[in-house]
Design a protein around this ligand. Structure first.
Ligand SMILES: NC(=O)c1ccc[n+]([C@@H]2O[C@H](COP(=O)([O-])OP(=O)(O)OC[C@H]3O[C@@H](n4cnc5c(N)ncnc54)[C@H](O)[C@@H]3O)[C@@H](O)[C@H]2O)c1
Length: 332
């Protein structure tokens, strides 16, 4: 019997790649729920949906009645729906709080009266950024780090606050209402079709637009970038592994911590940039260092990233350069 799987936010970046892997591996009856606020029904998603008979529920899940359109007996629910991206935190922090909170609470209230067996909630490294920044918590950072943000009034942290609510909400509803739950905290996932609100696509756009001198904001900050194939594999493993129930996992690449300057110069080289670089300060609210300790995911899930950052960044930059050169505007 095939497993019945729902991906809320399944048209988005990570959702699409999980959907693709599940569809290709076979043995899944797949449904996505999305309002296409960010994810788009582009050619790639359309052909996947058609080839694998994926059900698509186009609805805004901040409205509780949208859940009436779902079945009530999924084996697995991936909760990916969210407003994501630093730009939204500064442009509409109020809406981000409302939308993400309603998505979380509506999903929890629906789960409590459904017969769904397991849910996976997608959280973020931003939830513990303050523990590293303000209290010098260790990097690479493991899952038992206390969650903390530095400034509760700063719009940037609205996203992390909603994800903290989600972590606590999913874990505790699961205990009280008797379904299984796993949480993954992503760390700078990147790859083709990731939208246009993240650092790599924005940098490619600036190179493609001819910026020179090229400004390197936060040049000495570090990040560890996690290629989408690896992040999707880690997420599916967390869903499929019974010993992952009631556990939190850091999904990222602990061997890929690099400075922003290294990243920008590498992207510039791929884009054929021959101008000059200038170092600039960091964006407000952005952390100086980020790298996950993924030992727990390795031990319990067998998770180990396979794509080194240079290979993954090259694939991603080439996808975006093609996109910008093609003049398509499906995501703009
Ligand atoms: N990409 C990363 O590096 C990263 C890092 C940390 C956490 N995460 C989390 O992982 C999850 C997936 O991230 P992503 O990068 O794929 O983001 P994404 O924006 O590409 O996908 C989220 C999807 O949710 C949908 N959505 C938003 N509001 C909705 C609503 N009201 N009703 C129905 N659907 C709605 C969007 O249309 C989109 O397709 C998110 O929860 C995000 O917070 C991602």
């Amino acid at each position: 019997m095939s497993k019945k799987v729902l991906l809320l936010g399944g048209a988005g970046f990570i959702g699409f790649h999980i959907l693709q892997k599940l569809a290709i591996s076979g043995g899944y009856d797949l449904t996505i729920g999305d309002n296409f606020f960010r994810g788009k029904m582009d050619d790639q998603l359309r052909s996947l949906v058609n080839a694998h008979d994926v059900k698509v529920i186009n609805a805004d899940f901040t409205d509780p009645s949208a859940f009436d359109r779902l079945d009530s007996d999924y084996h697995q629910v991936y909760m990916l729906a969210s407003v994501v991206g630093v730009e939204y935190t500064s442009k509409m922090p109020n809406e981000l709080i409302r939308i993400n909170t309603q998505l979380i609470m509506n999903t929890l209230e629906w789960l409590k009266q459904s017969a769904c067996q397991k849910v996976l909630f997608t959280s973020t490294s931003e939830c513990y950024a303050g523990a590293v920044e303000a209290f010098g918590y260790r990097v690479p950072t493991p899952e038992d780090v206390p969650l903390c943000i530095e400034d509760i009034t700063h719009p940037r942290f609205t996203y992390a606050v909603t994800k903290m609510l989600g972590e606590s909400g999913f874990m505790n509803y699961a205990k009280v209402y008797g379904f299984d739950c796993t949480i993954v905290r992503y760390h700078n996932v990147y790859g083709p079709r990731m939208g246009f609100k993240h650092v790599i696509p924005q940098v490619v756009k600036r190179f493609a637009g001819g910026e020179d001198p090229f400004r390197m904001f936060g040049h000495d900050q570090t990040r560890s970038f996690n290629f989408i194939d690896d992040a999707a594999n880690g997420t599916i493993a967390a869903m499929e592994t019974d010993t992952a129930n009631n556990e939190i996992f850091h999904i990222g690449d602990m061997n890929a911590e690099i400075t922003i300057e290294e990243l920008l110069r590498y992207i510039g080289a791929i884009a054929g940039f021959s101008g000059t670089y200038v170092r600039e300060g960091q964006h407000s609210g952005s952390v100086s260092r980020r790298c996950p300790d993924t030992s727990k995911a390795k031990a319990i899930l067998g998770y180990e990233p396979e794509t080194d950052w240079k290979t993954g960044v090259r694939k991603t930059v080439e996808w975006y350069l093609d996109y910008y050169r093609s003049g398509k505007d499906v995501y703009e």
